[in-house]
Design a protein around this ligand. Structure first.
Ligand code: AHR
Length: 553
């Protein structure tokens, strides 16, 4: 494991960039009845929240595809054409905008041509992740049976009402294979031989895939390139692709962690062929995993990790601090991109994010990289989605890693067992933000102080995001304190409230999680709010994610 991670060049930077409070407490002093205050500035919209920041990621990795999504048409597990039915039903509830497939690192060893045509004729190939599988893992996790390929993925996306985001293989396939994949997916019925091949499989209509990744983590598993070498490859792969009347949105591989020298190096080399080259990049990928819970003791990828379920309050805050680094990453790379792209035609695509713990908490023992999401991960996810909402002009897409049976999963499944995790419930709550107008919200609360192995540490006590949808205001709020509720004055300038509801996800035990036999331990609860005036007091429970939906008069 360590050797592979070294190969991936996982960033070990433990930058001490602690979240800085933006607003002076004295300026936004809370009322005497409450120690905290949230002010929503309804007349300060600052961008539309792209639904795509609520996107997902499903890699052909251990139990994600085989067992998680794909059970096969002949399975006893209820399915729609081989795809797990319960997953389809749950996903429809969260309005999934986009799913990234087939990787991740897997993408740069995948030949899409293996995954089309009659399923019984498809080859078996050694999975990128095979070496890390345990001897008892199912064969499909080690030797890719290619039963779930482009057609099945397109069908999955259609069933859940999502767009597809395909990651092309830059490390081990030529550019020709890439443009043939685009041709297979997008050429009109009857127009090309590949369109006929698609039709023969039962898909006459094109899949119309807009989002294409050009490699993945090209600094590591995606080819071990330098930023400059990768830029040359990117230009070549992007130089010609068939478009069929709809422009493609190409996503370039971003840095290892927060390494802005990759970002600068990539852009500098890209524009060596002319400034207009920036227009070939729709999105620049950032990946951020919160993994180092060692409290500064080590940067070692294995030793620095914490446990998913057994943790103390300090681990809780440390994870959130690691996750909060997302906000400075967004700002840093946005600035770095601006040096060659001052008009910001390139947006950020955060196509992998979430906590990453050490092995041991798998719902299905043996599933590689699977971990048990707890209330801590729900709070982490709410906090992260709020960060994206606060940067709508910068973040065009984000994809939580990963959808099912993996890291920060929304769902866990094994054979006929299935459950929604606390992270899945957060996605269901936050779906209400999709497509809204982000409006400025100002949070003022006393900070959280804790002891970090003898040294004082702090974390913010209340944060969130707000969006307007005609007359409806959606305000999501995270209270990260493991023990303190926050009596908070909410101020909506110049607004009266017709009706309102609060949906709260919390639990008295910060380790709480759902499981196959205990599916509803952590579930959101909704109740009406009795508020008519634009100013009211609300009590945010400890360790909670809250969504307020307020219909304005
Ligand atoms: O999400 C798991 C892996 O993490 C992905 O395959 C890779 O891109 C990243 O290193």
């Amino acid at each position: 494991m360590l050797r592979r991670r070294e190969f991936l060049h996982r960033s070990a930077a433990a930058g001490a960039a602690l979240f800085a409070r933006k607003f002076s407490p004295s300026f936004f002093a809370p009322s005497s009845a409450a120690d905290s205050r949230i002010e929503v500035l309804l007349d300060e919209p600052f961008g539309a929240i792209s639904p795509n920041i609520y996107g997902h990621f499903a890699e052909n990795l251990s139990g994600v595809i085989y067992d998680g999504i794909w059970v096969g048409e002949n399975s006893k597990v209820p399915n729609v054409n081989g795809i797990r039915k319960e997953l389809i039903e749950e996903m429809r509830k969260i309005k999934p905008p986009v799913v990234r497939f087939p990787g991740g690192c897997f993408a740069d060893s995948y030949d899409w041509r293996d995954g089309i045509g009659p399923r019984d004729k498809r080859p078996r190939r050694t999975n990128f992740w095979a070496a890390e599988e345990s001897p008892s893992s199912p064969a499909a996790h080690k030797y890719d049976p290619n039963q779930f390929g482009t057609n099945e993925f397109a069908q999955f996306c259609k069933l859940i009402g999502s767009q597809a985001y395909l990651a092309a293989n830059l490390r081990s396939l030529p550019a020709e294979a890439f443009y043939h994949w685009v041709e297979y997916c997008n050429s009109p019925a009857g127009s090309t031989t590949l369109a006929d091949t698609r039709a023969a499989a039962g898909y006459a209509d094109p899949f119309n895939v807009t989002f294409w990744g050009v490699g993945n983590e090209s600094w590591g598993c995606g080819g071990n390139f330098t930023a400059q070498e990768y830029a040359v490859e990117f230009r070549r792969y992007a130089a010609w692709l068939p478009v069929y009347g709809r422009p493609l949105s190409l996503i370039a591989s971003g840095p290892n962690g927060d390494d802005a020298s990759w970002t600068r190096g990539f852009l500098e080399e890209l524009v060596r062929k002319g400034k207009s080259q920036v227009h070939s990049v729709y999105g620049f990928a950032l990946h951020h995993y919160a993994w180092n819970l060692s409290r500064g003791r080590t940067q070692n990828w294995v030793e620095g990790k914490g446990d998913a379920v057994n943790f103390d309050p300090v681990d809780w805050y440390e994870l959130l601090r690691e996750g909060q680094r997302m906000e400075s990453m967004i700002s840093n790379h946005w600035q770095a991109l601006a040096e060659e792209d001052p008009g910001h035609s390139i947006k950020l695509v955060i196509d992998e994010w979430g906590p990453w713990y050490k092995p041991g908490s798998e719902a299905t023992p043996g599933d590689q990289l699977e971990q048990m999401p707890t209330l801590r991960d729900a709070v982490f996810s709410g906090m992260t989605l709020d960060i994206f909402n606060r940067h709508p002009e910068k973040v065009a897409m984000a994809n939580c890693a990963q959808l099912i049976n993996c890291l920060n999963s929304l769902y866990l499944a094994h054979e006929n067992k299935f459950c929604v995790t606390p992270v899945g419930h957060v996605f269901a709550m936050y779906a209400a933000h999709q497509g809204g107008q982000a409006v400025r919200s100002v949070f003022n609360a006393p900070g959280i102080h804790y002891d970090r192995d003898g040294k004082p540490a702090t974390f913010w006590a209340l944060n969130g995001s707000a969006s307007l949808h005609d007359k409806n205001l959606v305000l999501t709020v995270v209270n990260p304190s493991v023990s303190e509720s926050r009596e908070t004055q909410l101020v909506l300038h110049a607004a009266k409230i017709k009706s309102g509801s609060a949906t709260v996800l919390t639990h008295s035990d910060i380790h709480a999680h759902n499981a196959f036999d205990q599916k509803n331990v952590v579930t959101p609860q909704t109740k009406n709010i009795d508020a008519t005036s634009g100013t009211f007091v609300y009590n945010f429970s400890p360790a909670s994610v809250t969504k307020l939906v307020l219909e304005l008069a």
